[in-house]
Design a binder for this molecule. Structure first.
Ligand code: GDP
Ligand code: MG
Length: 201
C-alpha cells in the first residue's frame, strides 16, 4: 500500500475487556473510566515529532473480538506498528493474542521490521493475577519483541509503551516530544547556514 500521508499508524489489538481503550484514553486524554464501554473501532490523533519535523501519530483502538475479520485485516494492512494487549488477570486473553500475532506476521511478511510491543495490562490487580510477569516475558522473548506490564488505572507505564514503540522504528526518528523536533530542526538550519547551504523557507 502506498504511503499517502505523513501519518504514523499504531494499531492496538487484544481481547475484549483487557483495557485497550483504557490505555489509549489514558495516553491521549489522561483519563480513566471504571465502566466497560465496548468499542467498535476508534482512531485518535496526536502530533509527534518525526525526522526533525512533525507528523501525526494515529492510534486505532480496535474492537478486540474476532467479529470483524475484514476490519482486522484492514487495520493490519494500514498499520505501521502494533501494540498487543492482554490482561494479567486472564490467561485466556494472552492466548487470544497468538492468532493476532500470527496474522500480523503473515500479512506483513515477517516481523523483523515491524515494531510490536507486548503489553500486560491491569498490573494493579495483583489478587486476581493469572499471568505472571515471567510468563509475559517468556511470550515476548518467543516473539522477540519488547514487553511491559501497565496499569491504565494507575497510569503506570502507559506513556512508556508508546515511547518505546516509536523508538523501535529505526527507519524514522520519532519522539512524543514535539519541541525536541523543533529544536533539532532549528539547530540544523543554523548549521546549514554556517556551512553556506541555502535553506528554502
Ligand atoms: P477494551 O475492551 O480492551 O477496550 O477494555 P476497556 O478499556 O474498555 O476496559 C475494560 C474494563 O477494564 C473497564 O471496566 C476498565 O475500567 C477496566 N480496566 C482497564 N484498564 C485497567 C487497569 O489498568 N486496571 C484495572 N484494575 N482495570 C482496568
Ligand atoms: Mg475498547
Amino acid at each position: 500500500m502506498p504511503e499517502q500521508s505523513n501519518d504514523y499508524r499504531v494499531v492496538v489489538f487484544g481481547a475484549g475487556g483487557v483495557g485497550k481503550s483504557s490505555l489509549v484514553l489514558r495516553f491521549v486524554k489522561g483519563t480513566f473510566r471504571e465502566t466497560y464501554v465496548p468499542t467498535v473501532e476508534d482512531t485518535y490523533r496526536q502530533v509527534i515529532s518525526c525526522d526533525n519535523s512533525v507528523c501525526t501519530l494515529q492510534i486505532t483502538d480496535t474492537t478486540g473480538s474476532h467479529q470483524f475479520p475484514a476490519m482486522q485485516q484492514l487495520s493490519i494492512t494500514k498499520g505501521h506498528a502494533f501494540i498487543l494487549v492482554y490482561s494479567v488477570t486472564s490467561s485466556q486473553s494472552l492466548e487470544e493474542l497468538k492468532p493476532i500475532y500470527q496474522q500480523v506476521a503473515s500479512m506483513k511478511g515477517g516481523v523483523e521490521n515491524i515494531p510490536i510491543m507486548l503489553v500486560g495490562n491491569k498490573s494493579d490487580e495483583s489478587p486476581h493475577r493469572q499471568v505472571s510477569l515471567k510468563q509475559g516475558e517468556t511470550q515476548a522473548s518467543v516473539w522477540r519483541c519488547p514487553f511491559m506490564e501497565t496499569s491504565a488505572k494507575n497510569n503506570v507505564n502507559v506513556k512508556e509503551v508508546f515511547q518505546e514503540l516509536l523508538a523501535l522504528d529505526k527507519r524514522r526518528h520519532m519522539s512524543l516530544n514535539v519541541s525536541d523536533a523543533m529544536k533539532r530542526s532549528a539547530k540544523q538550519k543554523r548549521t546549514d547556514k554556517l556551512k553556506g547551504k541555502c535553506t528554502v523557507m
